[in-house]
Write a protein that binds this ligand. Structure first.
Ligand code: PGA
Length: 251
């Protein structure tokens, strides 16, 4: 089963557009339910709209969560509130939220809050740039360190790790990553998990790929890149392309 997660970021602007997009995604989810598990992560403002389309074939995810539980926190959304609404997944550690100040420590706390409420954390990790010496690997190691030392094996089982190289994300991406680059990182991430929790366990952790995924390259990140799923930004907002993407994964 391939996990296909739509990260809508700050789009769309209107509630009706979000409703339409959610309905279109739901029809894809029904069509491809044999091979693909669909998740939509809208911004907080659209969670209430999208939750109405959530069925057994389509899950709802949030794009963040507060690291703290105290109710007196203007502007934040707690894991308890997300749970209350029916949210099943939440993205933490996205490079865009890290750029706004979420440190590795904050991401560990956010992950803990989600685990407490039985929401599946989608923890994003990824290097800013690549260098020929492989120093970028230590960035990945640092991003995983806190999780590996604080989350129990039982809880780690439910975490989804999203490898998203920053240089390959969004409209300003340097270039697309290759399936081989994805594969090497999946191996490296599994090795880091295996060093703490053992090889057998590491093999079961879901590691997905994100960054300029489209209808042409999606399949190869799964087949050659060995990712267990995809986190899709821009293309998840374009129904026709998203359908082609889903179709390519089912062939
Ligand atoms: P993109 O975004 O597919 O538009 O590159 C992916 C992401 O940031 O999760």
């Amino acid at each position: 089963m391939t996990l296909l997660i739509a990260n809508w970021k700050m789009a769309p602007e209107k509630v009706e557009q979000a409703e339409k997009l959610a309905k279109e995604t739901l029809s894809l989810a029904k069509k491809y339910k044999k091979n693909i598990e669909f998740v939509i992560c809208p911004s907080f403002i659209h969670l209430g709209t999208v939750v109405k389309q959530v069925k057994i074939t389509l899950a709802l995810g949030a794009q963040g969560v507060s690291a703290v539980t105290t109710a007196a926190n203007t502007g934040l959304v707690s894991a308890a509130q997300l749970k209350g609404l029916g949210v099943q997944y939440a993205i933490v550690g996205h490079s865009e939220s890290r750029a706004r100040g979420d440190t590795n420590e904050v991401v560990v706390e956010q992950t803990a809050r989600l685990i407490e409420k039985k929401i599946i954390p989608i923890v994003c990790i990824g290097e800013k740039t690549r260098d020929a010496q492989g120093w970028y690997l230590s960035e990945i190691k640092d991003q995983l360190h806190g999780l590996l030392t604080t989350v129990s094996k039982t809880n780690f089982k439910n975490i989804v790790i999203a490898y998203e190289p920053i240089w390959a994300i969004g409209a300003n991406a340097e270039r697309e990553a290759t399936p081989l680059e994805c594969r090497e990182m999946v191996i490296y991430i599994r090795k880091l998990i295996s060093d703490v929790h053992g090889e057998k366990f590491a093999a079961t952790v879901k590691i997905i790929y994100g960054g300029s995924v489209n209808e042409h390259n999606a399949k190869y990140f799964i087949t050659d890149g060995t990712a267990n799923g995809l986190l899709v930004g821009r293309v998840s907002l374009e129904p026709k392309r998203y359908e082609l993407l889903a179709k390519s994964l089912s062939l």
